[in-house]
Design a protein around this ligand. Structure first.
Ligand code: ATP
Length: 354
């Protein structure tokens, strides 16, 4: 059983407490992504899981066992680093075999495992090469091969794709996910890239300043962001935020903003008069001449499959994804509507979802 459980984990460096009250459980076979901006503590949490960093508060359990004081070697984990940490003077075969040789595994067994990992990762033709003779993606696969042969119960990835160009990154993320679908090894993957998180994770843990902001499936965090912070962080094009006040108009709850009156979910707990911020994703906004929102067209940016319309409204910049064939004269008035179910409402003070 390779579950990983964090129970009220905290971390201090000297007198500075950088993390507190981290509690969640990763189920066997799950692929969990720790997501957040630079400095939120995701690498530190991963390093604590690996045993490379001490745990200041709380308990860490891998399977049924508390491992706070267990040596990294004995935690049954394998870590893939951002810079791959390959040995430059060893060929690919020896890089993959190294940990098994150190562990005095019989040579025939080592060969079997290395060949299995190489075949799984399409590296068979490269076993005789040195790391410097490989592409970035191939190096990345060697690093994964090293983790695979150790038969670890948990794989840890620390931003493994950040040194690759955009195209290779997209390719490797499908490879890593396919590999996980085959091996089903419990995986914890750190990234600040929300696309990686959305495309790879079974479960995303969104972190902010050493705390958990939301845990959920990619759909959960996208469709029901728990806070303005999460709504801002998740999603390919920047979400629009409009400040406003809750009203009831003709028996229907809505938010009055300077850009227009936006009806909200009738089941809302928002109270009339409450100051809120609504979040509207550009992809959820419809051009509609009878719509309640009004802004002036500034620029149409073509993206190939569709286009982004940049507008200026009374609340500032307003972005909508529109049909690429649409035409908007610069400075013309454009009206928009948003389906009620796509309006995210956050309290203006706490910035928590209502
Ligand atoms: P990045 O994406 O930039 O790696 P991160 O989310 O992984 O960021 P961490 O590296 O975990 O963030 O750092 C979290 C916080 O802990 C930061 O404020 C960082 O400055 C601090 N920190 C990390 N390591 C140490 C250390 N050895 N000593 C003191 N402070 C540290």
């Amino acid at each position: 059983m390779a579950t990983v459980e964090y129970q009220r984990i905290g971390k201090s460096f000297g007198a500075v407490r950088i993390m507190r009250d981290i509690s969640f459980k990763i189920e066997d076979h799950e692929f969990v992504v720790l997501l957040g901006p630079s400095g939120c503590g995701k690498t530190t949490l991963l390093r604590m899981t690996a045993g490379l960093e001490g745990i200041s508060e709380g308990d860490l359990k891998i399977g049924e066992k508390r491992v706070n004081d267990v040596h990294p070697r004995d935690r049954s984990i394998a870590m893939v680093f951002q810079n791959y940490a390959l040995y430059p003077t060893m060929k690919v075969y020896d890089n993959i075999a190294f940990s098994l040789e150190v562990a005095k595994v019989p040579p025939a067994e080592i060969r079997k495992k290395v060949e299995w990992a190489a075949a799984t990762l399409n590296l068979t033709d490269y076993l005789g090469r040195y790391p410097k003779e490989l592409s970035g993606g191939q190096r990345q696969r060697v690093a994964m091969g090293r983790a695979m042969v150790r038969e670890a119960h948990v794989f840890l990835f620390d931003e493994p794709l950040s040194n690759l160009d955009a195209k290779l990154r997209a390719h490797m993320r499908t490879e890593i996910r396919q590999l996980h679908n085959r091996l089903k090894t419990t995986t914890i993957y750190v990234t600040h890239d929300q696309i990686e998180a959305m495309t790879m994770a079974d479960k995303i843990v969104v972190m902010r300043a050493g705390k958990i902001e939301q845990i959920g499936s990619p759909d959960d965090v996208y469709d029901r962001p728990a806070s303005k912070y999460v709504a801002d962080f998740i999603g390919s094009s920047a979400i629009n935020f409009l400040p406003g006040t809750v009203v009831v108009a003709d028996g229907v709850p809505a938010v009055d903003t300077a850009t227009g009156r936006v009806p909200i979910d009738p089941a809302t707990t928002a109270k009339p008069g409450q100051k809120v911020i609504i979040g509207l994703r550009p992809t959820d906004i419809l051009v509609d001449s009878a719509g309640p929102l009004a802004a002036k067209s500034v620029l149409l940016e073509r993206l190939g499959h569709d286009a982004q319309l940049f507008c200026d409204g009374p609340d500032g910049r307003f972005i909508a994804v529109v049909d690429k064939a649409a035409r908007f004269a610069e400075g013309s008035d454009v009206r928009f509507a948003v389906p009620t179910s796509k309006v995210h409402v956050f309290d203006a003070g706490t910035e928590v979802r209502i």
